[in-house]
Structure formats: C-alpha cells, structure tokens
Design a protein around this ligand. Structure first.
Ligand code: ADP
Length: 598
C-alpha cells in the first residue's frame, strides 16, 4: 500500500544513523591514529637527527674525520633501524647509513632538504625507489659556530604505520558491518514494538471508517499513541451519536414524507424528477422507470415545469393552482414550490408539494350550482305568483271566475315554494354535522314504518285508484335509525311512485332480510325513467321531465334527500327502471344488533 511502511522507515533510519555515525567516527579515529603515529615517528626521527647532529658536529666539519662519520651513522642505523644521511649545503651526500654516499645523486631537490635549508627542521613522505616503500624523512640543519654547515636527515619506513592504519581500517569496517547487522536485528524488533499499536489502531480505524462505529481502540502504551487512541474513540462515539441522531431525523422526515396525503416531488436543476413520495407515486402513477425523467414527460404539464424553472431562477418560493387531467379524471391542485439550496447557497433543485383541492373545488362548485338551482327553482313559482297577482290587480279581480282560477294558481305555486323551502331546509339540516350528531338513534321496526306509510298515503292512493301491495315477512325488521327520517324517506319514495304512476296503476312495497341487512323495494307500474337519466336521479334538483315534475309539484330534491338518509344510517340505494313499464327503488339498512344508540 505504501512505498515505505513505518516499519521499514524505522529500520532504514536506524541504519542511516548508525552507519553515518560509525563511519564518521571511524574515519576520524583512523586519521587520528595515523596522524598520532606519524607525529610520534616524526618526533622520534627528529630527536634522533638532533642527537646525531650533536654527536657528529665536530666530526662533520673536520675533513679528516669524515670517514668516521660514515661508520658512525652506520652503527647508529644498525642500532635504531633508521636510515641516516648527511648532506652538505649544496645537497651532496656526505654519508649514508644504507647506501654508498658516492653512488647517491645530489639531494638538493628533495623537499625536506630544500625546506631544511631555511627552517629548523623539515619533513617529507615519499616513496623510496631504493627501498621500494614509503618513507618518512626528517631533515635538520647542522650548525657550527652558529653557521649552517649541512643537513642531517633521518628516515624510517612508514610500513608499520601503514600496516597499523590498514588493520585499524579493517577492524572498523568489520565493526561497522556487525553494527549494521545488529542494527537491522534490533531495529526490526524495535520497529515491530513501536508499530504494533499503530497497526492495531490503523486496522480498527479502517473498520470505523468502513462504517463499524461500534469498534473502539484498546491500547495501553502510556504515551501519545494512547492519547490518540482515546481521541479516536471519542471522535467515533460522537460520530456514532450524530449519525444515530441524523438517522432518526431522516427516518422521521421520510416517514412524514411517505405518509403525507400531499404528493411531494423533488426536481433537480434540469427539471428532472429525482424523488417522489408514496402519494405522488399513487396520484401521478409514477413508476420506477419514470424517475429521473423530465417533469414534462412525467406530469405532462408545461405550467408546472415553467413555474419550477421560475422558482429555480428567482430562488423564491411560489404557489399556483393547477388543473391536471390524470387518466380521465380532472383534478385541481394547489402546488407549492420552494427552491432547494446547498451549503454554498446554490439552488440545486425545486421542492413541489401538491395539495389536492379537487374535493374542495367540487364542494365550492356544487355550492354555486346549488345556490343557482335553488334560486332558479324559487324564482319560477315567484314569477308566476307575481304575474297572476298583477293580473288580478289589473282588473281580473272583477271577474269571480278568473279570480278563483288565478288565486288557485297562486295557492298552488306558493304551496310548491313552501314544499321546496321545506325540502331545502331539511337538506340543509342534514348537511350540518352538528345536527347529524344530535339525531336520536333508536331501534325501529320497518314493518311498522311500512304500515304507517300506507295509512298516511291512503287518500292519495285512492285518489288515483292505485293498487297498493305490501309484502312483509313475519319476523320484525329492526334497524338502528331515526323514526322521523326513515318515515320521510319512505314517504318520499312512495309519493314519487304515486306521482309518476298513471291512475289505476299498481305500487308494491316489499321487505326481506338478506345477509345482515333489511332490504326494502318500492316498485311501480309508472312512466319509468330513461336509461340516460337514471344515473343522475339522485342528484339535487335533477328532474327527468322538468315540466311534468313541476306540474306534479316536484322540486328535484326528494331523491337526493332519500339517498342522504339511507347512507346516513349505513345503507345504500339503487334504482332500476324501464320507460312506460315501471320503476323499482331498492335500498337496504343494516339489521339492528343492539338497542343502544349508534
Ligand atoms: P321531484 O320532487 O321532482 O319528484 P325527486 O328528487 O323526488 O324530485 O325525483 C327526481 C326525478 O326522478 C323526478 O323529477 C322524476 O323525473 C324522477 N322520478 C323519481 N321517482 C320516480 C318514479 N317512481 N317514476 C318515474 N320517475 C321518477
């Protein structure tokens, strides 16, 4: 993973350190010993040269004794092992302990000799072709009566010093190699010792980074590493707490988002759908393959896309009302748009929340329609009353015949208005939740209701010479409902049957029990309802034949009231009809389970 692990780095650092230290020390010692030896040797040669100079001074300047000099120096040379050479001021060799002086050339060019002409002494190291080895030469001037008379030169082979230098060097190199080997061994052990906790920490830190936030580092090195381990542990627990917190928050938000009734859709900066909640998926039929697609192809509305772009550009939230056709259903939404910004305050997308106001809109539309219809229904008889009363005032009152006729019409119209207002009031009453909650619910017997209806409408039935058949089972037909409203429902249905059945027709009332419900049907042999009108007869103010219905005194509210009452007590009503054959209204109510109120 790394070019050089910490383990190797420690070993290499040790090696470099030790090698450099030992090398510098070795080189220094080597040179120190060499220089020391050389100095000792030089001092030795100098001392000897001075002794020889003193010893031979008189002989040297006495030509008669010059031969003795040669013998003398040979003796001294034998005793000391030194080479001794005596030179005159021109550099000619007067005597030499190792060679015959006459065979030797002039030595004035030798470095030590040249220097000794004007210094107290001079030294030189040179390879001797005579002895085939390096030699150390020390030359001192010879004085006689304070006058330089010649030079005494002592020389010794450097071989012992060089040998000692080489053996010391070999020793130091060996020591260096052994130290390197030991350094590698000790370094490896130390590196292992030092890197073991680091490796442990690294392994655990990697697991933490991988998401295992329950991991903790347990090392006891009693140093900075232990402090670092504590810091990492603290960091991890803080991170874990934060993640748990964020996670809980995210789950809460996701739960809210998913369970919201409103559809929520997130669009990116390009208008593509990135996220949609459960309601959005359900309402707009969003499938997985539509995610990531542009909103125009997903929702299919340009206003939505344009508003989203506007919000993106302006960074201001906005609300619009939007009509959308989903499948075959027209829906009305109140859509709220808000820009989504990132930490750098750049707008990265748009949040759109769809509030379905279709029901509210429908209620509003219905209210408007209801007021229009009610006004219209009231206006018609009022116009008629106004017209006839004006005619009467204009002179028709004079004619008793016309007066009777017109007052009769005015009476009928006002009766109709009163019925209409009565129906409207009843409907308005039932429409309020408060009134519905106050309705007294009790166990009632439909047998009694059916008989009471027959009794109440006997006169009307007789007037049209209608046959009224009642088919009731022997057992009681108990339902949980309100007496008055059930009576109202039954009368509305039977009255309609009377109204829309020709004289001498037949009306049949039947009750039966089927699967926990009591069924009641009212069948007539009347004019019937056309299939086109049948689906709408329960709508408020709906009348199949307005003129006829009006002449029968109908307001178009009766059946809507009937359906309202049936559904209020937990039932359902249906109608079947064939024009000129007859109509059957069938409804059911659940059988009463107890005598307690609902
Ligand atoms: P209305 O007061 O005008 O009778 P309803 O709401 O009771 O109003 O009835 C709505 C319409 O349904 C009536 O105008 C009528 O055309 C039709 N209708 C209701 N009952 C019958 C029936 N038994 N036979 C034929 N048509 C009916």
């Amino acid at each position: 993973m790394f070019k050089l692990g910490i383990h190797r780095r420690i070993i290499i650092s040790f090696l470099i350190l030790i090698t450099v230290a030992i090398s510098i020390l070795g080189i220094y010692l080597l040179h120190f010993f060499y220089a020391q030896n050389l100095e000792t040797k030089t001092t030795h040669l100098l001392t000897n040269a001075k002794i020889i100079e003193t010893t031979l001074e008189s002989a040297l300047y006495n030509p008669a004794k010059q031969n003795d000099v040669d013998e003398e120096i040979k003796k001294i040379s034998n005793l000391t092992g030194l080479r001794i050479t005596i030179l005159d001021l021109t550099g000619n060799v007067i005597a030499d302990s190792w060679e015959n002086a006459n065979d030797l050339s002039n030595h004035a060019d030798r470095t030590e000799v040249q220097s000794a002409f004007y210094r107290d002494y001079a030294t030189a190291i040179r390879y001797s072709t005579t002895t085939k080895q390096n030699m150390l030469y020390v030359a001192v001037p010879v004085y006689h009566n304070k006058q330089r008379m010649g030079i005494v030169r002592t020389a010794s082979a450097l071989t012992p010093i060089e040998t000692s230098y080489q053996s010391t060097r070999t020793f130091l190199i060996t020591a260096l190699l052994i130290t390197i080997l030991l350094t590698i061994l000790i370094g490896t052990w130390l590196a292992h010792l030092y890197t073991k906790p680091i490796k442990q920490m690294t392994a655990i830190a990697q697991r933490i980074a991988g998401g295992d936030l329950a991991m903790r580092i347990h090392i006891h090195t009693n140093d900075e590493l232990e402090v670092l381990a504590h810091a990492i542990n603290k960091l991890t627990s803080t991170l874990e707490d934060k993640i748990i917190e964020i996670d809980a928050e995210a789950k809460k938000l996701a739960l809210i988002l998913e369970n919201m009734d409103n559809a929520v859709i997130l669009l990116d900066a390009y208008g593509n759908v990135t996220t949609a909640n459960h309601s959005a998926k359900k309402i707009f039929h969003l499938t997985a393959d539509l995610m990531g697609k542009h909103s125009i192809s997903v929702i299919g509305n340009s206003t939505l896309t344009e508003t989203a772009q506007e919000v993106l550009a302006s960074r201001q939230s906005k609300s619009i009302s939007l009509k959308l056709k989903i499948g075959n259903i027209q829906k009305m939404f109140h859509v709220f748009f808000a820009p989504i910004t990132n930490q750098e305050k750049n707008t990265t997308g748009v949040l759109s929340v769809f509030h379905d106001i279709s029901v509210l809109q429908e209620i509003y539309d219905r209210q408007v329609e209801f007021v229009t219809n009610a006004s219209h229904e009231l206006k018609t008889p009022l116009t008629s009353i106004k017209g006839f009363s004006e005619t009467l005032l204009d002179g028709a009152l004079e004619s008793p015949e016309l007066s009777k006729k017109f007052v009769g019409i005015i009476h009928n119209e006002s009766e109709r208005m009163s019925r209409l207002i009565e129906d409207l009031l009843q409907l308005a009453k039932l429409d309020t939740t408060e009134y519905r909650s106050q309705i007294k619910i009790e166990t009632i017997d439909m047998q009694e209701i059916c008989n009471a209806v027959e009794r109440k409408l006997t006169l009307q039935l007789k007037q049209k010479e209608l046959t009224f058949l009642i088919d009731l089972p022997d057992e009681p037909l108990l339902v949980q409902a309100n007496d008055d409203w059930i009576m109202q429902l039954m009368i509305n249905l039977v009255e309609n049957a009377i109204k829309y059945t020709a004289e001498r027709g037949q009306i049949a009332l039947k009750c039966w029990i089927k699967s926990e419900n009591i069924f009641i049907s009212i069948n007539d042999s009347g004019i019937g309802i056309s299939p086109q009108d049948l689906p709408f007869i329960f709508e408020r103010f709906y009348r199949t034949d307005k003129a006829r219905s009006r002449s029968e005194g109908g307001s178009g509210i009766g059946l809507s009231l009937v359906r309202f009452i049936v559904e209020m007590f937990g039932g359902k009503i249906t109608a079947e009809s064939r024009p000129n054959i007859g109509t059957t209204f069938t409804f059911y109510l659940p059988i009463a389970k107890s005598t307690k109120g609902l």
